[in-house]
Structures are given as structure tokens and as C-alpha cells.
Design a protein. Structure first.
Length: 251
């Protein structure tokens, strides 16, 4: 099912979402923030990022930049975001427009290199769990080949129960472990948010890691720190209590 080395997966997780724009980057950043706080050498990987702008001669994607800022190990963008695409559209379409093909094998190669350069990795998917990457593969295929425990971000808005349960089924169908889920408020006007969380908690067979409420606009770093304060990652498989707990950590 996966080419990844199990020994290298003990401190690595895949962040999936029920849809696009529901807070995967916020949660991935919060995980990296929490790891950095306990002194773990961590890095965020956004394998595919669609939507970039040129700044001082360098192409930037806001999500990828947030992960880079929250990780404690600075590594080349070519490894952390091997497919940085310019147009903010479905990645397989954006890639065709640049005469490129998104190849899972290349993403896996970059991932394996990152495992040798950091002690913990947070890998953020793109869009929902079944977003096409090329003519034959999607993000579920990528997650399956990485073989990492999955953290599911549920965007709280009307319809989220259906989206969350379908995504949980898709994760299980790929033979992956749903290690935990997080509720992130994306619609402040949603009715009965707590009741929706309760309904999901009774139906998703994975730990509930917390609820991030809608917060006032803040700079990205402050927003990520605030989100981390609402979450508890300690039950995730491989989550370290300290830097020294990770085998092979550098002193």
C-alpha cells in the first residue's frame, strides 16, 4: 500500500479536509507550532499548492509560507512544495496550463528526503480528500502511498456532517488510520454548531482533538498560535512529549 518506511512515520501526519478553504493550513500550522514549542525539529510539507504570486522574483503561496514559518527547520521550497502552481484552481488543471504533470513518485521522493532532515513532518493535502492530481490519481492516492495517520479537518458549516462522514469513509476505504478530527468554524452564522459536533463525535470512530472557533482577523502567526491553544494533539500516534523522546533527535 505504501512505499514509506514505517520507522520514519512515527512522527508524521497527513492533514485532510472535508473541502477546500476549511482550515487545513491553520490546523497544520497549529501542529507545527505545538511541535516547535516542545523543541521538536519539525517541517511542514505542502506537496501541491495552487495559487501563487511573484514577490521579489520568487513565487510564493500563502499556505506554503505559513507552514514554512511555523516549522523549526528551514528547507528548500523544492522539497517542501514540489508542485507550486500559479493559478488558484484545481491542481491538475493548473498543472496542465503550465505544461507540467503532478507525479506522486516525485512527491514521495521529496517526502523521503524530508524525513532525513527533520524529526517530525506535517503533510497538508490540497482541497478535499479526492481532488484530482493528474488524469489517473488524486490526493487520496497520495495519502495512501504516504501511509501516514490522517487528521481530518471538518469545516463547520451547513452540510458538514455529510461531508465529514463521507470523507471518513473514503479514508477508511484506502486502508488509512483516521487518527483524529478537528472542528473548525468557517461559518459564524451556522446554527447548532455544538449539536453538529456532538453528532459527529458519536459517528466518527476517532478522537476529537478540539474545536477552533471563528477568531478575529489576526496576522497569520498569531492566528496559528491562537488555534493551537484550542487543540490537543497528544493522543495522535507518534506525538512526542518532548524532543528527546524522538529517536535520532539532534542534541
Amino acid at each position: 500500500m505504501t512505499d514509506a518506511n514505517p520507522d520514519q512515520q512515527k512522527a508524521a501526519w497527513f492533514i485532510a479536509g472535508t473541502d477546500t478553504e476549511i482550515g487545513k493550513t491553520l490546523i497544520a500550522g497549529a501542529m507545527l507550532h505545538a511541535l516547535t514549542e516542545i523543541g521538536v525539529r519539525s517541517v511542514g510539507m505542502k506537496p501541491v499548492a495552487a495559487g501563487a504570486e511573484l514577490r521579489d522574483g520568487v513565487w510564493h503561496n500563502d499556505d506554503a509560507d505559513i507552514l514554512a514559518a511555523e516549522g523549526s527547520v528551514a528547507l528548500p521550497q523544492e522539497l517542501t512544495t514540489p508542485y507550486l502552481l500559479r493559478q488558484p484552481t484545481a491542481p491538475h488543471i493548473a498543472a496542465v496550463q503550465e505544461d507540467r504533470t503532478i507525479e506522486i513518485a516525485h512527491i514521495l521522493s521529496c517526502y523521503h528526503q524530508l524525513t532525513g532532515l527533520a524529526d517530525a513532518l506535517v503533510v497538508e493535502g490540497v482541497g478535499g480528500f479526492r481532488v484530482p492530481l493528474n488524469d489517473h490519481q488524486d490526493t487520496a492516492d497520495l495519502a495512501q502511498q504516504l501511509g501516514l495517520p490522517v487528521v481530518l479537518v471538518v469545516g463547520l458549516r451547513l452540510g458538514c456532517i455529510n461531508h465529514a462522514l463521507l470523507t471518513a469513509e473514503a479514508i477508511a476505504a484506502r486502508g488509512l488510520q483516521l487518527a483524529g478530527w478537528i472542528a473548525n468554524t468557517v461559518d459564524v452564522h451556522m446554527l447548532n454548531g455544538d449539536a453538529n459536533i456532538a453528532a459527529l463525535s458519536s459517528r466518527i470512530a476517532a478522537p476529537f482533538l478540539g474545536h477552533v472557533p471563528r477568531m478575529d482577523p489576526l496576522p497569520a502567526k498569531a492566528l496559528v498560535k491562537a488555534a493551537a491553544g484550542h487543540l490537543n494533539f497528544s493522543c495522535l500516534p507518534g506525538w512526542p512529549e518532548s524532543r528527546s523522546q524522538l529517536r535520532g533527535s539532534h542534541s
